[in-house]
Design a protein around this ligand. Structure first.
Ligand SMILES: *[C@@H]1O[C@H](CO)[C@@H](O)[C@H](O)[C@H]1NC(C)=O
Ligand SMILES: *[C@@H]1O[C@H](CO)[C@@H](O)[C@H](O)[C@H]1NC(C)=O
Ligand SMILES: *[C@@H]1O[C@H](CO)[C@@H](O)[C@H](O)[C@H]1NC(C)=O
Ligand SMILES: *[C@@H]1O[C@H](CO)[C@@H](O)[C@H](O)[C@H]1NC(C)=O
Ligand SMILES: [Cu+2]
Length: 341
């Protein structure tokens, strides 16, 4: 009781000075392997909890809060990739997921990320990346799906080679008996590992290339590169290295209509892309907390560009926010930081 009074006075003081909305104690995001076994368990438990909380999105097929996130992403897929707001839309999306885990499921930690560059091998056929702790059945997200043959070439529009899975994940906390998706047909979580994609797209040299870009416009373009497999792009590493053709995490961005939802690993993959953006911003915060660019319509590099006041809408997941607000991870909308840079 004795502490109560000074705390209240402090709050009033902050309100009076207009500074009450600062982010003073941000969750610190770490790489998956930097979490203790206990912290890993708490994170996975929180994801399982989100599945038990009723949906609020009102979107097609969504039953629970995990589905809500999948549904919002699917819904907006046509307008949030190969655009200037790609990285910031996904930043807001992942941060809202982190907030839901914390506020609705009592998770006390931060959103972890997966630094896939740690696992990428220079031997492109190596499967070592899939032995990573991130896929551990006890302390991670489980591994590959059972192998499923693709007989109709139309099911493989990009003619990708080297698939190794395609069915329901066979081990870990997200097997069919423990975890089901509901949006867009739903069903079990599927993975379809493609080693050569992971090993080439997840290389640190590509991350270095992205982080060496001089301004936001070129950073954003380097981050996504082109929607093809003839050139690597770091964003495609987690999506197609893990999701391949039939996997949940690959599908949702492959199909232009955006029908399939994220794997729980989506948030660690995108957490890593966000960490890469954050580190790049740290190199020159004066400029990079106040600069955006890139097309407002997918891949229209000669059309209208995004501006700082462009509003991002993520439906029922959180209120609208401007790109300028989303540039700052410790501002009046977002509150988190990283343990790097
Ligand atoms: C991610 O892994 C790469 C490759 O080992 C390393 O160079 C880089 O520093 C790592 N980044 C972080 C933030 O740990
Ligand atoms: C995939 O192969 C088919 C049949 O050979 C071809 O028509 C199609 O253009 C190829 N697609 C790509 C993206 O290369
Ligand atoms: C690109 O944007 C410009 C300006 O808004 C528009 O005139 C043009 O039709 C767009 N191009 C495509 C391919 O959508
Ligand atoms: C959008 O940005 C690109 C790259 O900086 C630039 O070439 C283009 O002229 C800009 N578009 C408009 C309408 O200003
Ligand atoms: Cu996306």
């Amino acid at each position: 009781m004795r502490l109560a009074k000074p705390l209240i006075s402090l709050a009033l003081f902050q309100l009076a000075s207009g500074a009450a909305v600062t982010c003073s104690n941000p969750p610190i995001r770490k790489e998956w392997r930097e979490l203790s076994h206990q912290e890993k368990k708490e994170y996975i438990d929180a994801v399982h909890c989100l599945v038990t909380v009723d949906s609020i999105s009102g979107l097609d097929g969504a039953v629970n809060r995990f589905d809500d996130f999948q549904a919002v992403h699917s819904d907006q897929t046509p307008s949030i990739h190969w655009v200037g707001h790609f990285a910031l839309w996904h930043r807001y999306f992942v941060a809202s997921y982190e907030k839901a885990l914390r506020d609705e499921c009592g998770y006390a930690g931060a959103q972890p990320y997966w630094n896939w560059s740690l696992d990428a091998s220079t031997d492109i056929e190596s499967t070592a990346i899939f032995e990573s702790d991130i896929f551990n059945a006890c302390h991670g997200f489980g591994g590959n799906g059972a192998y499923v043959e693709i007989t109709d070439p139309a099911d493989n529009p990009f003619n990708l080679t080297g698939r190794t899975g395609g069915g329901c994940v066979e081990a870990g906390p997200f097997t069919a008996d423990k975890f089901q998706l509901h949006h867009a047909g739903g069903g079990c979580l599927k993975r379809d590992f493609i080693p050569w994609i992971m090993n080439t797209f997840a290389q640190q040299s590509l991350v270095d290339h992205v982080q060496s870009q001089p301004d936001y416009t070129s950073f954003a373009r380097a981050l996504e590169n082109i929607p093809a497999f003839t050139e690597p792009n770091i964003h495609g590493s987690g999506h197609f290295g893990v999701g391949g053709i039939l996997g949940t995490i690959g599908n949702q961005y492959e199909s232009p209509g955006g029908t399939t939802p994220p794997d729980p690993l989506f948030y660690l993959h995108h957490g890593n892309l966000d960490r890469i953006l954050w580190e790049w911003q740290q190199q020159d915060v004066e400029t990079r907390l106040h600069q955006v660019g890139g097309p407002i319509e997918p891949m229209n590099y000669s059309g209208v560009n995004v501006t700082l006041d462009l509003t991002v809408n993520i439906g029922a997941l959180a209120g609208d926010a401007s790109l300028e607000q989303l540039l700052n991870t410790r501002g009046d909308v977002l509150c988190y930081t990283y343990n790097t840079a």
